[in-house]
Write a protein that binds this ligand. Structure first.
Ligand SMILES: *[C@@H]1O[C@H](CO)[C@@H](O)[C@H](O)[C@H]1NC(C)=O
Ligand SMILES: *[C@@H]1O[C@H](CO)[C@@H](O)[C@H](O)[C@H]1NC(C)=O
Ligand SMILES: *[C@@H]1O[C@H](CO)[C@@H](O)[C@H](O)[C@H]1NC(C)=O
Length: 492
């Protein structure tokens, strides 16, 4: 087994220094790459939190405070969220960490601040002892003019009553309603927008979601996730209304539900569209992995856990090596990169992966990279992204659109949000989840390894798709439609 060691910034970093770079982002990326190995994510096994990718947005959020050149074409067009100017918005997060949900809500906070909304943030669950991540994220928000309030107390209640809009983030945040607002819940519900990013069974608790039918709307990251919530609430939750003792329902009905696909941040697009930055990052990462420029890298970038399917990916990868060897195909040497390792969190599964690699004697073809705070360098360095999330798949899977921004084709499971992003046969290839998917994925790996032209074309098509549908301004536009609707309802 070979554990990646990120050494000191090497020749490529020296190259940058010599050439007086204008890319702080890139330097930071390199810096992060070589120094930070901590990754503080708790929901590693959640199929709906793309954690490795999510932390990337944290980096970008930090960078967003610095002056920078925006290469996107939206600077002159009016911001779709302009109507939120001077509105009071209360954001309630179930927790504050570097995982997908809270970081998305922070992005929304910054988008709203960007148009002059008054934004107040509440974190419902905090550990009793001081926490470095929470401290840092709260200060990030304070720097950007977001007010941070304690979850409990009169000020929280007053703000909720006064707010034009209250956004609850994730199902778990529902606990805050009864816990804090108490008899005021009913007054606040008509202006609540519930943003949901998960589809795991344990979220379907009455305690969390009993007020769901009475809020102004739900906003969900993909059609599949929305449908899943509709199914689950209909099928599973026995229910009696807290406001109407005489009536009893045998189900929870979803409120009006809006599907809002996410978008790539401007900062990510900036790196993705900077060919010099990409080249430098590519050389740097490839050197640190010990692979050559013309080697082909298939990478899976997710917190390592069974739900994300790294085990099945390695099996497919091994099969693809055998196919290439058996058919004596002339291809560059192919490598698998697993970004998102955390031996301490997933010891059993990680050990299983490494044993597989040893047993099949593919140590020189498989590279494990610890969880990292930034994924852009890896996206610059690889040739194909593998999205192998199992079971119901990703709720959305932000790493998928990030990879497409880097003109990478995606080999993804035919499940969840991936199916709404990847156009099968055009921007990537889909394979079934589970063991049935192992051989199809192996075949797809071989296909993309042997057909250079096809691989590059798929990457370009993916990039075009991102430019058409998955940019920050697209997301802002989609969110704006929902917020308008919720404001309208809240007033009536
Ligand atoms: C990766 O993490 C493990 C512990 O989980 C640590 O022992 C190892 O040094 C880390 N590797 C790098 C390159 O930081
Ligand atoms: C929802 O239920 C329908 C049938 O009632 C089923 O066909 C569909 O696959 C389910 N969708 C999800 C996402 O669970
Ligand atoms: C994807 O396309 C391939 C052919 O290009 C087809 O064999 C496969 O069934 C498709 N998968 C899905 C999920 O549509």
């Amino acid at each position: 087994m070979r554990l990646l060691r990120m050494g000191k910034p090497s020749s490529s970093a020296a190259w940058i220094t010599k050439h007086k770079p204008r890319w702080p982002l890139m330097l930071l990326a390199l810096f992060t790459l070589s120094t930070l190995t901590v990754f503080l994510v708790r929901s590693a096994s959640d199929p709906c939190h793309s954690t490795a990718a999510a932390t990337n947005r944290f980096e970008e959020a930090k960078l967003g405070t610095k002056p920078q050149i925006h290469s996107t074409t939206t600077t002159n067009t009016p911001n779709p969220l302009d109507f939120m100017k001077s509105k009071l918005v209360l954001l309630v997060s179930h927790e504050l960490s570097l995982s997908g949900g809270p970081l998305l809500l922070m992005e929304l906070a910054f988008l709203l601040r960007g148009v002059g909304a008054e934004v107040v943030w509440i974190t419902n669950q905090k550990p009793p002892e001081p926490d470095a991540v929470i401290y840092s994220l709260e200060h990030k928000m304070l720097d950007r003019g977001v007010q941070v309030l304690p979850a409990r107390g009169q000020e929280a209640v007053d703000t909720a009553l006064k707010a034009d809009l209250v956004v609850l983030n994730t199902a778990v945040a529902g606990k805050w309603l009864d816990g804090v607002l108490k008899e005021n819940v009913k007054k606040v519900l008509p202006k609540v927008l519930w943003w949901i990013h998960e589809m795991r069974g344990h979220y379907f608790k009455l305690d969390y979601v009993k007020h769901l039918p009475f809020v102004a709307g739900a906003m969900i990251d993909s059609h599949t996730t929305a449908e899943y919530w509709k199914n689950r609430t209909r099928d599973r939750l026995g229910y009696a209304s807290p406001f109407c003792k005489s009536c009893s329902f045998d189900r929870i009905k979803m409120p009006e539900t809006h599907v809002v696909h996410l978008g790539n941040s401007k900062d990510l697009m900036e790196v993705a569209e900077n060919s010099v930055a990409k080249r430098v990052l590519r050389e740097h990462v490839r050197e640190s992995l010990g692979v050559r420029e013309d080697d082909l890298l298939f990478a899976i970038i997710n917190s390592v856990s069974r739900g994300k399917g790294q085990d099945l990916f390695l099996r497919s990868f091994y099969e693809s090596l055998q196919l290439i060897q058996g058919k004596k195909l002339q291809v560059p040497s192919v490598h698998a990169v697993v970004v998102g390792s955390d031996m301490s969190a997933q010891t059993k599964f990680e050990t299983e992966l490494r044993n597989f690699v040893l047993e099949k004697k593919i140590q020189d073809r498989v590279h494990f990279v610890n969880k990292t705070l930034t994924v852009a360098p890896y996206l610059a360095a690889i040739d194909v992204l593998v999205q192998n999330s199992q079971a119901r798949g990703e709720c959305f899977g932000r790493i998928t659109i990030e990879a497409m921004a880097f003109q990478l084709p995606v080999l993804g499971t035919a499940a969840g949000g991936t199916m709404e992003i990847v156009v099968n046969g055009t921007t990537g290839l889909l394979h079934p989840v589970g063991k049935e998917g192992v051989t199809p994925l192996a075949n797809n790996i071989v296909k993309l390894a042997t057909h250079v032209e096809r691989r590059l074309t798929m990457g370009k098509k993916g990039y075009e798709r991102v430019k058409e549908s998955f940019l920050e301004h697209h997301m802002s536009h989609r969110i704006a439609l929902v917020l308008r609707e919720v404001l309208r309802k809240g007033k009536s």
